[in-house]
Design a protein around this ligand. Structure first.
Ligand code: ATP
Ligand code: MG
Length: 278
């Protein structure tokens, strides 16, 4: 894999050296963002600075989403702040929040000031949730329809929202008070007739988690129910966000390594005793 990346890189490097933007874009964007990120990590700062000018904020956001958030600070610091703010705005809100939580408060504030109002608001709201709760891992890019819509309305809405949604597989249904009252899968939408009402087709027994729920419990629920995403609600059942299964995999990994460190700490404490018996 490394070798393949190396090969691709040498053609990309050529394009960069000769300032061939189109050639660079064609080669680089051909790669999966995961592989783009691995290349990115190995580059010198000045090469990355050149690359930022060749890519859109959205394209850079895709790359950043595949870099460990503990390692990401230098990338956002080296970018032009305006560009960095746009990259944050293009990222999934949950990923943007993970990264911003790693940066110092002043820097975060300055990014939020430059950012467009709507993205800044969404991100600010998410920054308030306590670590390791449902609120801290949810994203606000979900698709929602109302009970009175027809299937046709809902499909048109879904088509409009799809480019920015974290998942289009579930559409959530809210009532006039914005309370979560149902869910409908893409499969169910597709097999329904245009003129049917959402309220007739939706699944009313919707499983949700509350925003303060521990992330470990959320992971357990996703595993037990086999859903691809779970909705997150406040105390009055207002839909605040969703948590998708890919984020749950990160949680499980994090919790497993936490548990492992605890075990390691326990065995460290034990070792003097063992010596006492020697
Ligand atoms: P099935 O497995 O029944 O063939 P599917 O593969 O299309 O359906 P799944 O992801 O397995 O879809 O979801 C099964 C059903 O669960 C869907 O009908 C969907 O509407 C429903 N569902 C999704 N999320 C929730 C939720 N949070 N609470 C309750 N039901 C949900
Ligand atoms: Mg299924």
């Amino acid at each position: 894999d490394d070798q393949k990346r190396q090969e691709v890189w040498s053609t990309i490097e050529d394009a960069l050296l000769n300032d061939h933007i189109d050639q660079f874009r064609a080669e680089f964007l051909e790669l999966h963002p995961y592989d783009q990120a691995r290349i990115f990590e190995d580059l010198e700062v000045d090469v990355r600075l050149q690359i930022y000018t060749y890519l859109s904020p959205e394209e850079v956001a895709d790359v950043m989403e595949h870099i460990d958030y503990e390692d990401i600070e230098p990338f956002f610091t080296e970018m032009d702040p305006r560009f960095a703010a746009q990259v944050f705005a293009e990222m999934s809100t949950d990923d943007a929040v993970d990264i911003l939580n790693e940066l110092d408060k002043n820097k975060v504030a300055s990014f939020l000031t430059i950012m467009d109002d709507q993205s800044a608001e969404e991100i600010k709201d998410l920054l308030h949730y306590e670590e390791k709760t449902a609120g801290s891992i949810m994203t606000t890019e979900f698709v929602v329809v109302t009970t009175g819509m027809t299937i046709k309305d809902a499909m048109l809405h879904l088509r409009k929202e799809a480019p920015d949604a974290e998942t289009i597989y579930y559409t959530y249904v809210i009532d006039e008070d914005k309370r979560l009252v149902g869910v409908i899968s893409l499969r169910d939408l597709i097999i329904s007739e245009d003129e049917w009402l959402i309220s007739d087709v939706m699944n009313e027994r919707v499983v949700s988690v509350s925003v303060g729920e521990d992330q470990e419990e959320v992971a357990r629920m996703v595993r037990d129910y086999d859903f691809l995403a779970l909705p997150v609600v406040d105390f009055q059942d207002h839909l605040l966000g969703i948590i998708t299964v890919d984020d749950i995999m990160d949680v499980m990994q994090e919790e497993a390594s936490d548990d492992y460190s605890k075990l390691a700490a326990i065995s460290d404490v034990d070792s003097p005793d063992e010596n006492a018996f020697a």
